[in-house]
Design a protein. Structure first.
Lengths: 360, 663
């Protein structure tokens, strides 16, 4: 799907690699539960859909409640929630770092939860990569040693693994620092190493657990750009965790919002802003820069027959991207779909309202 | 709900005043045997017919173990023989390298490969110290080893060093393996922790007794005792270090598809490097401490020289020389291993320089050794180049005896007449039922009836096993030493908490005091106060004082500034602030210091029995010389029980206190 943009020079601001909405699902979880406490399995077998009160009455704690997700091939899927919402536990259930109490996880049509330890080791060695919040670098290994580590675990000969690791190090721009030890690097550089290491095995599925939360705001922004650049090159299937809604909007194709262990809503940023499923979701979206989230198509209104319209803008373009064109014209802009058919109009008042924000 | 709202007194009916009852029973148990010695004589001194022959049972058990015990395929004796053979061979390697060299062929056509040259070793130690800690450490390493050489201690020191090498390697490797096992298998963890707790309260000497009996006298059993003594902290450190590895690193291991073995050796253990090296440092220091004591069962080396000097009337000068060599070895090894902890990985030229220095040290070492084929003086420094201060030290000793005799003897007599003898007489004459009641009453106040019963069982071991007089001598020496150590340590710690300079000075002093093997303390003490309780007391106080200073300093430093400001703003004078705000806040920490002081005093007590006290330590020592394992073990158990008693009671007190303050 070609991206149509009126202002190519601003494309970088919305540089998301928009995945095809019809791409097949790569990672599916259904009715996933993680309950902590004595005999949690038995409890869940007897009460397949326990309420909060029932779980608490049994002296247990549900970190993940009945989560069902379909993550599509090549998309950046964000799991977003405040601390304690269960997002970390959920992503660990998806990779089986934490053993789910109930439900299923399918990756490429295989049930991850049925796999033997040996099969799981193979899947993790070849299909999965993970970036950690606090980098999780091995302090006794150089940058090269860290990045080559997953390949070493697989038993690759030294020359081959170092050659491959060097390529990854080059990819994240740390070639000069390949001989350094982690403690000799800045936080941003350390996370670049973490990213290079997670990519070394060329995984199809990439987990990132709040990768930029431990970094300063400026570095965080830079790393987000770096991440988008990499994804444009690599097109991985990505599960990305964050507690920062701005980051979620900036990076994600789709966002799942979690609260108290449950997934409350899944959708694109625009869907979450326009149709929040609950007050909780709208509380998140209230302070968002709407013009950078909403598309022309999303805020367009039907055309009155016989009305004169100004320049055409693509329905998929963000309001911020078309704002100048609309505001400098006296007429409402015509919103057209990919085939050039007019599907509605975009009025100046609507653009201004969304630019200023705060309109419910 | 209404119950919660009511004041406590009204919610419960008036309870029977148990506390007063307990106090009355304690008072009765103590006083009645004094008042009515006729009727209650049995309650005053423990009747001999009631003594349970525990030491005979232990002796019989050990004899059975040594003679008849079998695991089916092999006997217990086979096992101890195998182990001692194994460590004997392991010891041969460093001994040949450092001490004896290798002689091939028989006497006529013998070909001698020299041991590592002293010149090479001193140079290598200096270079490696430089690599680890820069010029200052290099100087220390050079001076330390040069002292050992020049003062003729080289041969003994190398015997000791070989044992240290084998013991440290075994202790570290064994400790890491046991620690990993306990970390991996939760069910084993509980047992390991319990065993470690017990082993830490058993006095060093008690290890020697059964070993002499099962393995025999000699360097190997000395080394085995040392390993048993030095390994537990490594186990503890390993467990703690692995637990402290960030969970993300463990997840990393799993996400990259590590097999359990890969996760352990490639991720967990290397990530715990710094903590593990701290453990290595501890093992080295404990090993040195114990290997000197193990001279009593034939470990040889520097320990033997010190021991021999203590045994002879006029050998003190020689003993001090050997003692200083022990100190030099201990300080150099301690500082080198600490520098290793501090060393961080580097890249590029700095890393290359490290490698070069390492190889340079090795080349110099081997180069000098190769040269010593041609120049025998490089293998063994000829006598004429040696300096002996033995005569000088003897002169110092006689000078002290002549000029300071009046002073030291006055101190000695004063202490004996007005402090030691009265307390000792009082305690030995104390009714045993009264002792049980006092312990039980105190424990009841701290932790209730069950706790009190447990503590009373521990203290009852002393009269029941027929160890009353020696046990009470131990308690008397230990408590006086602890009180004096606290009287010195508290003000010093207070000064340390108030001034940075004092803090630094005390820190360095404590470091040095802790580096010295306990045996070494006896030499100067005997020089000043001769054989007897006073010498023992002074040695114990010196050795056990360190935690009193450290914990007081640390506890007072941890008082939050806001609390101090609150005290000042309430109009406290400096003294009021100290006694009403800071000391109460720091009390739990200080009590932990007292606990440490007691533990160290108990262990030093056994060592110092060598300078003539008639306590449980003496019994262990006698047991070693008579090869009577039953007596030694029962005395060792009694000391261990005293240690556990103090540890648990103080532990309860600290926990209750901390809970009350919400810490």
């Amino acid at each position: 799907m070609a991206m149509v943009s009126l202002a190519p020079d601003t494309a970088s601001s919305s540089a998301k690699v928009r995945a095809a909405t019809d791409a097949p699902a790569a990672l599916i979880c259904r009715n996933l539960w993680k309950i902590y406490g004595a005999n949690a399995e038995g409890f869940l077998r007897e009460n397949p859909m326990p309420s909060h009160a029932e779980v608490r009455a049994a002296g247990l704690f549900a970190a993940v409640r009945d989560a069902s997700l379909e993550i599509r091939q090549g998309e950046i899927f964000i799991i977003m929630g405040l601390s304690g919402s269960g997002k970390s536990t959920l992503v660990r259930c998806l990779s089986r770092l934490v053993e789910p109490t109930g439900g299923s996880v399918f990756y490429e049509h295989q049930n991850l939860l049925r796999m033997s330890p040996a099969e799981l080791i193979q899947v993790r060695r070849h299909k999965m990569g993970m970036v950690f919040q606090n980098f999780a670098l091995l302090p006794h290994r150089t940058v090269l040693g860290n990045v080559a580590f997953p390949l070493e675990v697989q038993g690759l000969p030294k020359e081959e693994r170092e050659a491959r690791a060097l390529k990854m190090i080059d990819l994240v721009g740390l070639t000069e620092r390949a001989g350094y030890y982690p403690r000799e690097l800045s936080g941003g550089q350390q996370q670049r190493v973490g990213i290079a290491r997670s990519l070394a095995v060329e995984p199809a599925l990439w987990f990132l657990d709040e990768p930029f939360s431990a970094l300063d705001p400026l570095i965080r922004h830079e790393m987000q750009n770096e991440f988008l650049r990499l994804q444009r090159m690599l097109s991985k299937t990505i599960v990305f965790i964050t507690h920062d809604f701005d980051e979620a909007i900036r990076l994600g194709d789709r966002i799942a919002i979690m609260k108290d262990g449950a997934v409350i809503q899944v959708g694109t940023a625009e869907e979450l802003v326009l149709n929040p499923a609950s007050d909780y979701v709208s509380a998140f979206t209230r302070h968002v820069a709407r013009a950078k989230v909403l598309t022309a198509g999303g805020v367009s209104v039907p055309v009155t027959p016989g009305e004169t319209l100004g320049a055409a803008v693509p329905a998929r373009a963000l309001v911020a991207e078309v704002a100048e064109a609309v505001l400098t014209s006296d007429l409402p802009a015509a919103v057209v779909d990919a085939d050039g058919v007019i599907i509605g109009k975009l009025e100046r008042a609507s653009v201004i309202a969304n630019l200023v924000g705060g309109v419910s | 709900m209404s119950e919660v709202a009511l004041p406590r007194g009204e919610a419960h009916p008036r309870r029977f005043p148990v506390g007063w009852m307990v106090a009355a029973i304690v008072a009765l148990a103590v006083l009645v045997p004094y008042v009515a010695p006729g009727t209650f004589g049995w309650a005053k001194s423990y009747p001999a017919t009631w003594i349970v022959p525990i030491s005979d049972w232990l002796k019989a058990f050990l004899y059975w173990l040594a003679r008849d015990a079998t695991f089916g395929l092999f006997t217990f004796k086979d096992m101890t023989r195998f182990i001692s053979g194994l460590f004997g061979h392991a010891l041969d390697v460093p001994k040949a390298l450092l001490s004896t060299g290798i002689t091939l062929g028989d006497e006529d056509g013998a070909f001698h490969i020299p041991r590592l040259s002293w010149a090479g070793l001193i140079a290598a130690v200096t270079i490696w110290s430089y690599l680890l800690g820069g010029a200052r450490l290099a100087l220390l390493g050079f001076v330390g080893f040069a002292y050992i050489l020049v003062f003729g201690q080289w041969d003994s020191a190398m015997v000791t060093l070989s044992q240290v090498i084998v013991a440290v390697l075994s202790g570290v490797i064994g400790g890491i393996l046991v620690g990993i096992l306990a970390y991996r298998v939760p069910r084993i963890e509980g047992a390991v922790v319990a065993a470690l707790d017990f082993m830490q309260t058993v006095p060093t000497f008690a290890y020697l007794v059964p070993l002499v009996f099962l393995v025999g006298v000699g360097p190997v059993s000395g080394m085995l005792a040392t390993i048993l003594y030095a390994m537990p902290p490594m186990v503890r450190v390993t467990m703690m270090a692995l637990k402290r590895v960030p969970p993300e690193l463990e997840e990393l291991a799993r996400m990259t598809g590590c097999e359990p073995r890969q996760a352990l050796w490639k991720v967990l253990v290397p990530s715990a490097r710094d903590d593990l090296l701290v453990g290595v440092n501890q093992v080295i220091m404990l090993t040195l401490n114990m290997i000197i004591i193990a001279a009593m069962i034939g470990a040889g080396g520097l320990g033997f020289d010190v021991l021999n000097a203590l045994r002879q009337a006029n050998g003190l000068g020689k003993g001090l020389e050997a003692g200083l060599a022990v100190v030099a070895l201990a300080i150099v090894l301690d500082r080198m291993s600490r520098a290793l902890v501090e060393m961080r990985p580097v890249h590029g030229p700095a890393a290359q320089r490290r490698r070069q220095l390492f190889w340079l040290g090795l080349v110099v070492l081997l180069g000098f050794t190769a040269l010593s084929f041609l120049v025998p003086a490089l293998e063994k420094l000829p006598n004429e180049y040696r300096v002996s201060t033995g005569s000088m030290w003897s002169d110092v000793v006689s000078w002290v005896n002549i000029n300071m005799f009046a002073t030291t003897d006055a101190i000695r007599t004063f202490l004996l007449l007005y402090l030691l003898v009265p307390v000792k007489t009082f305690l030995i004459g104390f009714p045993w039922v009264g002792l049980l009641a006092v312990v039980g009453g105190g424990a009841y106040a701290l932790g209730g009836a069950r706790f009190a019963l447990g503590m009373m069982a521990l203290i009852a071991f002393i009269p029941v096993a027929g160890l009353w007089e020696r046990g009470m001598t131990t308690i008397y020496l230990c408590s006086i030493a602890v009180i004096i150590a606290m009287l010195i340590g508290l003000p010093l710690g207070l000064l340390g908490s108030r001034s940075e300079r004092m803090h630094g000075f005390l820190g360095a002093m404590c470091d040095t005091l802790q580096t010295l093997p306990s045996f070494v303390y006896l030499l100067p003490v005997v020089m000043l106060f001769r054989i007897g309780d006073v010498s023992a007391l002074v040695a114990i106080v010196l050795y056990a004082m360190v935690p009193a200073i450290r914990f007081t300093d640390h506890g007072l430093r941890r008082v939050p500034p806001s609390l101090q400001e609150a005290g000042t703003m309430a109009g406290c004078t400096g003294m009021q602030r100290l006694t009403k705000v800071e000391l109460p806040y720091a009390l739990p920490e200080i009590m932990l210091g007292v606990n440490q002081v007691i533990m160290m005093a108990l262990s030093m007590l056994v060592v110092s029995s060598f300078v003539g006290t008639n306590d449980l330590g003496k019994q262990i020592q006698v047991a070693i010389s008579q090869a009577d394992p039953g007596k030694g073990l029962s005395a060792g158990l009694a000391i261990a029980f005293l240690g556990i008693l103090a540890d648990r009671m103080i532990g309860r007190f600290v926990a209750a206190r901390r809970q009350r303050m919400g810490l």
